[in-house]
Every structure is written in structure tokens, then in C-alpha cells.
Design a protein. Structure first.
Length: 414
């Protein structure tokens, strides 16, 4: 044109206030001249974010993905009876919401099956309804996916996508009672404030739910506390749906709307193959039609040896105390066994009752080894209906869900 370069004018688009304050939150201090930063500029402090610091996680947690953030525990990090934040796995389908304004946070209950939609502020929810606390087991439906062959796409979880924290909040059923739901209600669907990876505001990263019967259970909470404190941002602050014993994807984080549906909720990741397994078993690698895939409900029986850490060495003649947790979806674990001879023989462990329904149970035992050498300890839980964990990988399915094979650790006796 006339020789003037207009490129420098772009520099006038200083960074948006909203982005700036979220940068500041992540960095943990005010960016003093932040308003002078150029659009699209990445502060150095954020170029190589330290997820362990950012999310207050143990340094031995394993990062599977950073866009979005997906981080899992290792078995020995899950030794506590109540999982601390530092060992809780993180599963995000989208981007963590930025700039949460708690004072203006609301929850709307709407959908075909409410008489009249209703909106509550966080304070109304906290003051109007009675508070309950439950320890609840949340396991990602894809926990154990890394073992499937042919491999299944998605986060390659090994054993660490499970936690059992203590959640405090109000019962969803009390809120639904207050709103008034119609007789034709069959499902609830949650909506949240996280952001789709594409940043398209019309797309939801995930919007799942549960049948009305699960939603009305005593232990199904709208939680605002975890382990006695505000829920950490990455785990759903300031309001989270928690439905123990079902795939953790049902437990919507950052929930701001719950729709009461007169049909099975059809939100993002409710349909197609997401969080579904073949209704009938299939051969490894088979293609399965969408209509032959069924929604995962209660999770299967499973257990984890959390002490000692795999690879431990003990001296000959010493007995070894082992411990861990076992859980069984909606059921209880009624028997816990271990084997040191690759499943040829089994011995019983002590297993405690759950502190409340849908909480994991603790097992322990003392083991004597016949002589020096290499051993593996296998653990096997059996649920109250008599179903035991399989020793090896159970039914292959296209998305790699529900691997509840026995957990095992290595031990050397010197
Ligand atoms: N809003 C929202 N809720 C969500 C998710 C998500 O991406 N967004 N992920 C779900 C999935 S798949 C799992 S396994 C759990 C993980 O919970 P956590 O990150 O607190 O461990 O949250 C569920 N709730
Ligand atoms: Mo999940």
C-alpha cells in the first residue's frame, strides 16, 4: 500500500483482564505490569508449568497428558484410608474453568421433568439444606486401560485412577425434593463450567448423569467440601456432584446446572461409545455398533495393595505386613484373599467394613515366605454377590473400560 507496516498495531491489543487474572492465580502472585503484556503472550512462569506445585500433588504422581491435564497416582501413594488431595488422580476432559466467582455461583435445576426451573445461590444451598459427609470411592471407568490389547485410545491409566476422599455437601435428593420433579423423570444430566478444548463456548467437554434412582440415593451429594476443606479447583470447586461406586465421570465437577430429563440424558459423552461397554461380550479387536454399547453403571469389584511399594526387599525369616483397599461399586467386598504362588493357592486377609456405603474397605494381613527368592503378591477381592476379580485382564472392549484384574506387587526375600 503506502509503505506503512501496520503489524505493530497488534501490540495495542493488550491481554484481556480475564486471562490476566487467571495467569496471576496460576503463578500465585500479581503480575504487576500485566496490563502491558501483549495479546497471546505466555508468561515464562507458565511456559513450563509444574503440575505438582500447581495442583499440590505428590511428585511421584504420573502425568499422562497436559492438554487437558490428566494425572494418576501410583498404588503406594494411595495408602491412606482417606485419600489426601496430594494423591488424588486428576481427570479432565476439557480446560479447568478460570476466574470462578463463588459469590455469584448458582446452580439451576431445569429440564423436561421439573415443574418449574429453579436457581439457587451457593449460600442458599448451604443454608437451606442439611449437610452430610460421606467417604466415597470414585474410580475412572478407564482405570487399567493401559493393559488392553489391541490397545484402546484414551488416557493410558495403569492402576491409579481411583480415590476415596471424604465429601461434604447436601443431598441431591433434598434439592430435587425442593424443586419438585415430575413422575416421568428418568435421568439427570449435569452441566459444568469447564471449557471445551476448542474453546468453543457452545461445546461442553462432558455432560453426563445418572438414573433418577442413583440420583436420589442417600449418598449422592452436591459437595462443596473435600476432606474438610474447600474442594481444590481441579477437583470441582466450588460445587461438585458426587456419586460413589459409579464411573467417576458421573461425578460432575464445577456443576452449575442439573437437568431433570424424561429420557436418558444425551449430553456430551453420554452417547455413542463413551463410558459404554458392549452389551454382550465381544472378541478382542471387534467393531461394535453404537446401539450395541451399554452405559456403565456400578463399577466392578477391585482392590489395590498400597503397602509395601512393589519391589520391596525383606529379610528371610521375617513376616511381611501388607495392606490396601478394596471396593465393589454399589456392593460391599465380603472376602479378600492373597496369593504368593501366582494364583495356585489363596489365603484370606482381614477386611474391614466400609465407614459408610460406597466407601472403600481396608484389608491387611501378615505373610510368611517359605524361602529366599522372588515373589509376587496378588490380591483378590470378592463382592457380596460372590463375584471375584479376574486374575488376568477381563473382557476386551473398544474403549478399554473396567479392567478390574488382580493387582500384584513384587517382593524379594534376601
Ligand atoms: N465438569 C467435569 N466433570 C468431570 C470431568 C470433566 O472433565 N469435567 N471428568 C470426569 C471424569 S471422566 C472423571 S474420572 C472424574 C475425575 O475426577 P477428579 O479429577 O476429581 O479425580 O471427574 C469427572 N467429572
Ligand atoms: Mo473418567
Amino acid at each position: 500500500m503506502n509503505g506503512i507496516n501496520f503489524n505493530h498495531l497488534k501490540r495495542r491489543n493488550f491481554i484481556k483482564k480475564a486471562t490476566l487474572s487467571s495467569f496471576a492465580t496460576l503463578i500465585g502472585s500479581e503480575i504487576v505490569f500485566g496490563s502491558k503484556m501483549f495479546e497471546g503472550y505466555q508468561p515464562i512462569a507458565l511456559q513450563d508449568p509444574d503440575p505438582f506445585k500447581m495442583f499440590s500433588k505428590n511428585k511421584e504422581m504420573i502425568v499422562l497428558n497436559d492438554k487437558p491435564w490428566n494425572i494418576e497416582a501410583q498404588a503406594h501413594l494411595l495408602d491412606d484410608k482417606i485419600t489426601p488431595n496430594s494423591a488424588m488422580f486428576i481427570r479432565n476432559n476439557g480446560l479447568i474453568p478460570e476466574n470462578i466467582d463463588v459469590r455469584n455461583w448458582t446452580l439451576t435445576i431445569d429440564g423436561e421433568s421439573v415443574n418449574k426451573e429453579k436457581t439457587y445461590t451457593l449460600n442458599e444451598l448451604k443454608s437451606k439444606f442439611k449437610e452430610y459427609s460421606y467417604q466415597l470411592t470414585l474410580e475412572c471407568g478407564g482405570n487399567g486401560r493401559s493393559e488392553f490389547n489391541p490397545p484402546a485410545k484414551g488416557n493410558q491409566w495403569t492402576v491409579g485412577a481411583v480415590h476415596c476422599a471424604k465429601w461434604t455437601g447436601i443431598r441431591l435428593r433434598d434439592v430435587l425434593d425442593d424443586v419438585g420433579i415430575k413422575k416421568d423423570a428418568v435421568y439427570i444430566g449435569y452441566h459444568s463450567s469447564d471449557v471445551h478444548l476448542s474453546r468453543d463456548p457452545y461445546k461442553e467437554p462432558i455432560s453426563r448423569g445418572a438414573p433418577i434412582s442413583k440420583s436420589l440415593q442417600e449418598e449422592t451429594l452436591l459437595a462443596f467440601k473435600m476432606n474438610g476443606k474447600d474442594i481444590p479447583l481441579v477437583h470441582g470447586y466450588p460445587l461438585r456432584l458426587v456419586a460413589g461406586g459409579w464411573p467417576a465421570s458421573v461425578s460432575g465437577k464445577w456443576v452449575n446446572r442439573i437437568s431433570i430429563r424424561n429420557k436418558i440424558h444425551d449430553g456430551t459423552k453420554m452417547t455413542g461409545t463413551a463410558y459404554r461397554i458392549p452389551c454382550e461380550p465381544v472378541a478382542p479387536g471387534d467393531k461394535v455398533k453404537d446401539e450395541d454399547m451399554c452405559i456403565i453403571e456400578s463399577m466392578p469389584v477391585k482392590s489395590l495393595i498400597t503397602f509395601p511399594k512393589s519391589g520391596a526387599t525383606i529379610n528371610e525369616g521375617k513376616s511381611l505386613n501388607i495392606r490396601g483397599h478394596a471396593w465393589a461399586g454399589e456392593l460391599v467386598v465380603s472376602k479378600m484373599e492373597y496369593s504368593i504362588d501366582f494364583g495356585a493357592t489363596w489365603n484370606e486377609c482381614q477386611i474391614e467394613l466400609p465407614v459408610n456405603r460406597l466407601a472403600w474397605q481396608h484389608f491387611s494381613t501378615s505373610i510368611n515366605f517359605p524361602k529366599k527368592g522372588y515373589y509376587e503378591i496378588w490380591a483378590r477381592a470378592t463382592d457380596s454377590q460372590g463375584t471375584a476379580q479376574p486374575m488376568i485382564l477381563p473382557g476386551w472392549n473398544p474403549k478399554g473400560y473396567l479392567n478390574n484384574a488382580c493387582h500384584r506387587i513384587a517382593i524379594k526375600v534376601k
